[in-house]
Design a protein around this ligand. Structure first.
Ligand code: 3PG
Length: 306
């Protein structure tokens, strides 16, 4: 089988060689397609692919239609909002993710971003410390739980909300459960966002929630830019000069935010949460193993388009 590793943002070399080893040991062929500049190149590259490993690469209906031999797409990572699941299902293509494999990298970045903003982006402006303050974790999944544990170790009080977990489960994970989102925002000096982009969550964090945060609060988004109502964020930062926003997913209005709010906003130039050697190896190798198992036995444990 031909496995195409299509990554606009390439994996570390160690991850690529590990993926190759797993794929070739199972008798399949690995073809590398990295750092492509345009979506049309991806559409052209998939023509004879039977399996696809991707990151945030966009597997649209056009990509699926251009890949008549495609049987499986594995998103090496957690969020799969970049894959047209309906188009994949209609074409009989199985879609999987690799949950948990890059979570630690993202959680470490969320903590780092929080400190970075408290220290005014490492400029000589006097900052604040995080110890003794309260962090709210919005969605207590793989990343959220790790952020909570790390924050606790740094002396923060941890609260969390998750529509899919009981208060008991959240407490077992080491956080104080909160039942209303507004309550989380009102009572936390930091809110770290870990929700996926879905029709229910897109644009769901806006002016009202952000301005309900206490004085000097920082909103940290290592999830998806789409979950923020960007106009609402801009207005909130305007009306509340004490608030800060830091993100690993650049907002569309970032230039305006930078111009208006300077050190109170920061976005990484490219999504870097999962960009560690460890996360690349964990997620990349898991993806390769899932493809090999799928072709060998039909294993579909991590299928997301059931
Ligand atoms: C994920 O959903 O796993 C993260 O957003 C990582 O995305 P990336 O593989 O494009 O860095």
């Amino acid at each position: 089988m031909k496995v195409l590793l299509a990554t606009q943002k390439p994996f570390a070399a160690k991850a690529v060689s590990g993926i190759r080893e797993i794929v070739e040991a199972a008798g399949h062929e690995l073809v590398l397609f990295e750092k492509y500049a345009d979506q049309s190149e991806l559409v052209a590259a998939v023509s004879d692919a039977e399996a696809l490993i991707i990151r945030s690469d966009k597997v649209t209906a056009e990509v699926i239609a251009a890949a008549p031999k495609l049987k499986i797409v594995v998103r090496a990572g957690a969020g799969y909002d970049n894959v047209d699941l309906a188009a994949a299902s209609a074409a009989g293509v199985v879609v999987m993710n690799t949950p948990g494999q890059n979570s630690n990298a993202v959680a470490e970045l969320a903590i780092a971003m929080m400190i970075f903003m408290c220290r005014n982006q490492f400029t000589p402006v006097t900052g604040t410390e995080i110890e003794g303050r309260t962090i709210g974790i919005q969605a207590f999944g793989n990343v959220g739980r790790l952020v909570g544990a790390k924050a606790k170790a740094l002396g923060l009080k941890v609260k969390a909300i998750d529509p899919f977990l009981t208060p008991e489960k959240i407490a077992e994970g080491g956080a104080e459960p909160v039942s209303e989102l507004k309550e989380l925002y009102q009572s936390c000096d930091f809110v770290s966002v870990h929700i996926p982009a879905t029709p229910q969550t897109v644009g769901s964090i806006g002016y009202e929630l952000i301005t309900s945060m206490p004085k000097g609060a920082v909103l940290v988004n290592t999830a998806r830019k789409e979950v923020i109502d960007e106009a609402g964020l801009e207005k909130a930062l305007e009306d509340r000069p004490d608030l800060k926003y830091v993100t690993d997913v650049m907002p569309d209005n970032y230039a305006t935010l930078q111009e208006k709010f300077g050190l109170r906003v920061f976005a990484t130039p490219k999504k870097m949460g999962a960009q560690t050697a460890e996360a690349n190896v964990n997620a990349g190798l898991a993806a390769a193993r899932q493809i090999v198992a799928f072709f060998a036995t039909g294993e579909r444990k991590f299928q997301v388009n059931k």
